[in-house]
Design a protein around this ligand. Structure first.
Ligand code: 13P
Ligand code: SF4
Length: 300
């Protein structure tokens, strides 16, 4: 074991810390994490965590969500600059202005939003439960789904429920063109194609399976297929391969890469454990209001 990993594990023990990591972060971090998962799984882990310190390896909205759900824990985000381009497309003040103009519309926010944005909405969803959340809203209510217009359109297509859509998107998934999927299929005709619902609906139409990152991990385990084309950020392939050594995984070319997810290194984790730097601190009023839509989602 490398010296830095030994130091992290020792400090983690001493401080009663847990390391939570998203499926896209660097492989060496996934390997030392106590738990690796998708946004929904990580939220549930944070809510149930008894740890005094949570080191959250992912992007800032995920670390904020961990703090909302585990307010008594110290949540450390090793690289504060690791953000989400899509979350930045829904500013709290713009959502507040929309709400003022449309007081009867139910606002559903994808968890890829800041805590301040969550404080303006009625209920949250993740890519793992978006259909269930949308279907839970009474038929006579208008819905605004934000910020991901792709996920929103994909949910409209699968549920038939009409919604107004915020003009946000994930630049990494939105860039995946249908022809990239067709080329991958040509190269690997036996493989099942999985894509993330943040992809554009025309790309989703080319896929066999449309799932959150956690859903992909479960689907591969349960499938008899031996080969998979992975239509999401390539970092997930580390876990897919590790948990399914007898199966083959092909990334798309060019490889979808979320640079923000890659910012956190082992050195950063050691530094935040040693120094306490990177603590997530949220306005108490924002925290209280922003917890509501997440709790509503988790109660469903
Ligand atoms: P998951 O919840 O499916 O892991 O997705 C999070 C994300 O940011 C995808 O880009
Ligand atoms: Fe945000 Fe896209 Fe990165 Fe996911 S992959 S964290 S949605 S920018």
């Amino acid at each position: 074991m490398s010296e830095i990993i030994e130091k992290i594990l020792k400090l983690k023990e001493e401080k009663g810390a847990v390391i939570l990591a998203h499926n896209y972060v660097n492989a060496e971090i996934q390997d030392i994490a106590d738990f690796t998962g998708d946004s929904l799984e990580l939220s549930i882990k944070a809510k149930n965590s008894k740890a005094g310190v949570i080191v959250f390896c992912g992007v800032s909205f995920m670390a904020e969500t961990a703090k909302l759900l585990s307010p008594d824990s110290t949540v450390l985000h090793p690289v504060k600059e690791a953000g989400c381009a899509m979350a930045d497309m829904a500013k709290a003040e713009d959502i507040a202005a929309y709400r003022k103009k449309n007081p009867d519309t139910v606002l559903i926010a994808y968890v890829n939003t800041t805590a301040a944005a969550k404080a303006q909405v009625d209920i949250c969803c993740t890519s793992a439960n978006a259909e269930k959340v949308v279907s839970s809203i009474p038929e006579d209510k208008k819905i605004m789904f934000l910020p991901d217009r792709n996920l929103g359109t994909n949910v409209i297509n699968s549920t038939g429920r009409q919604m107004e859509l915020w003009p946000g998107f994930c630049p990494i998934h939105n860039r995946v063109e249908p022809k990239v999927i067709r080329e991958a299929r040509k190269a690997h005709p036996e493989a099942l194609v999985m894509v993330h619902p943040e992809c554009h609906p025309v790309t989703v139409a080319e896929a066999d399976i449309v799932l959150s990152t956690g859903g992909m991990l479960r689907a591969v385990k349960e499938s008899d297929a031996k080969e998979f084309i992975v239509g999401t950020e390539y970092g997930i392939i580390h876990r897919l391969q590790k948990e399914n050594p007898d199966k083959k995984f092909y990334p798309l070319e060019p490889r979808p890469t979320c640079q923000d997810m890659k910012l956190i290194t082992l050195e950063d984790i050691l530094h935040c454990l040693e120094s306490g730097d990177g603590e997530v601190i949220l306005d108490p009023a924002v925290m209280e209001r922003a917890r509501l839509p997440i709790d509503r989602m988790l109660e469903l």
